[in-house]
Design a protein around this ligand. Structure first.
Ligand SMILES: Cc1cc2nc3c(=O)[nH]c(=O)nc-3n(C[C@H](O)[C@H](O)[C@H](O)COP(=O)(O)OP(=O)(O)OC[C@H]3O[C@@H](n4cnc5c(N)ncnc54)[C@H](O)[C@@H]3O)c2cc1C
Length: 430
């Protein structure tokens, strides 16, 4: 089958093997190297393995055990985060860390050690994994946690699927009084104001995130959103989901539409300023309301670029990145700026680290887009930052090795029967 990731930059042939609880040993009989595939919600090549095998985990979708007193939940790795939320929130428990989409598997969330809008308070997903079962392609099963086989545990959290197949995991949920959040949107006019708002908000607000304009003459302005869980209680009417029905031949996000989109988006959100009650779905997963929105970038797909920059260099480096973007003919609409808290991740090659993270989406225009991304790389490299593997398709080995200094330690745990487009691109020597 031709398989793609969310960025739709390629669609190459793979042999796809659907795993089920009774067919897990199929991973040992793959003649070609395999790789677990969850929902393909990673943007780059971390979930692709062209010419080889993908192990589709969507049938590993069983809930195994739940302790309603402690909030400990065991599930198979193909269970969707959205299913966990739907079933657990009415019981008074919620995922402590959520990415911007709920169409992600538990295995994918662990393997990319995903982060949410509350990193400064709750860290990344791996911080809430109590234990996991890892199946190696030689048939060995390794049970791991912080207390047992702890090196395997920290290699597998954020280990981009390369240490083995996560078959199931036990995670710690957090207690909540319901599905509601109280949220506040604040318009800001410069990056300095963004950093000030982030500093002022982190103590009293659990969730903080912002959209930043990186294209117009107002670049650096944005909308800062902060929120907390709320015990507000009223029936919630789920909005009907929209759907992008087909892929247009060219990207609908381009240099003509972008200034208009940015201005409309800014003024619409700026008008909403103030406090509001909002259900967890639109608050945590606003993009999920438009199904297959990745099609709007046209048949060539798009690059997502996400980096983290140490806080001390944050203002200078992000300013330089926005200058580079606005001086180019490329433009990013979905530009998200947020601070990470002062904690290092558990995973040997996890992405989150203390600093500020910027995520950008660029329509794929070929060499001009790639040139801009290389210029952004130089800024990240000079600032001792790193690029998120879940979003990458093209960073250099040098930038990867500088950004992920525990790579050598990690490679001792790699399963020789597993490979990915990303591991061949960045981790192999030849
Ligand atoms: C709209 C949108 C918003 C997003 N927002 C965020 C965000 O806020 N924060 C964030 O961190 N990420 C975010 N992401 C990225 C996404 O959360 C991650 O890429 C996530 O890992 C995708 O999960 P998946 O189930 O689709 O896994 P895939 O993309 O299919 O695979 C991801 C990796 O996990 C491995 N894997 C999957 N299942 C297993 C398993 N059972 N055992 C071992 N390895 C496995 C794969 O081999 C691959 O290396 C977003 C993505 C989208 C599309």
């Amino acid at each position: 089958m031709k398989m793609s990731s969310w960025g739709r930059l390629s669609a190459e042939e793979h042999r796809v093997l659907t795993l089920s609880r009774d067919r897990l040993n199929a991973i040992s009989s793959s003649q070609k190297p395999g790789l677990a595939y969850g929902m393909g919600r990673s943007y780059g090549d971390v979930c692709l393995n062209p010419g080889n095998t993908l192990w589709d985990t969507h049938q590993l979708d069983h809930f195994i055990e739940f302790d309603a007193k402690t909030g400990m939940l065991s599930c198979e790795a193909g269970v969707l985060l959205g299913e966990i939320q739907k079933i657990m929130i009415p019981r008074g428990w919620m995922l402590p860390v959520s990415p911007g989409t709920q169409f992600v598997t538990l295995g994918g969330a662990i393997a990319n050690d995903i982060h949410g809008k509350n990193h400064h308070r709750f860290g990344s997903f791996g911080d809430h994994v109590f234990s996991l079962s890892l199946l190696r392609t030689d048939g060995q099963i390794i049970e791991c946690s912080l207390d047992k086989n702890s090196n395997w545990f920290s290699a597998t959290i954020g280990g981009v699927g390369l240490t083995g197949l996560i078959t199931q995991a036990c995670i710690q949920l957090r207690p909540v009084s319901g599905p509601w959040f109280q949220s506040e949107s604040i318009a800001y006019s410069s990056l300095k104001d963004f950093f000030q708002l982030a500093d002022d908000s982190e103590r009293d607000w659990e969730y903080t995130v912002s959209w930043v304009d990186c294209y117009s003459k107002h670049k650096g302005r944005g909308i800062f959103v902060r929120g907390n869980q709320s015990d507000h209680d009223s029936p919630y009417v789920f909005p009907k989901k929209l759907h992008v029905p087909f892929t247009p031949p060219i990207s609908l996000i381009n240099r003509f539409s972008l200034p208009l989109f940015n201005a409309l988006y800014y003024h619409r959100l700026a008008k909403k300023r103030g406090l509001e009650f909002i259900d967890y779905e639109p608050f945590l997963y606003p993009l999920d309301n438009i199904l297959e929105w990745n099609r709007i970038y046209g048949t060539h797909g798009f690059f997502q670029y996400q980096c983290v920059i140490p806080r001390a260099q944050g203002l200078e480096s992000i300013t330089e990145m926005l200058n580079q973007i606005s001086a180019s003919t490329e433009g990013s609409f979905l530009s998200v700026l947020k601070t990470f808290g002062q904690r290092d991740a558990l995973g040997m090659i996890s992405f989150p680290k203390p600093g500020v993270t910027l995520a950008l989406d660029f329509p794929n225009k070929g060499s001009s887009t790639l040139k801009l991304l290389t210029r952004l790389d130089s800024i990240v490299q000079a600032a001792q930052g790193r690029i998120y593997l879940a979003k990458d398709t093209r960073m250099s080995k040098a930038l990867f090795m500088q950004g992920y200094p525990r790579l050598g330690e990690f490679l001792k745990y790699k399963d020789p029967g597993i490979s990915s487009a990303l591991s061949r691109r960045l981790m192999e020597t030849e």
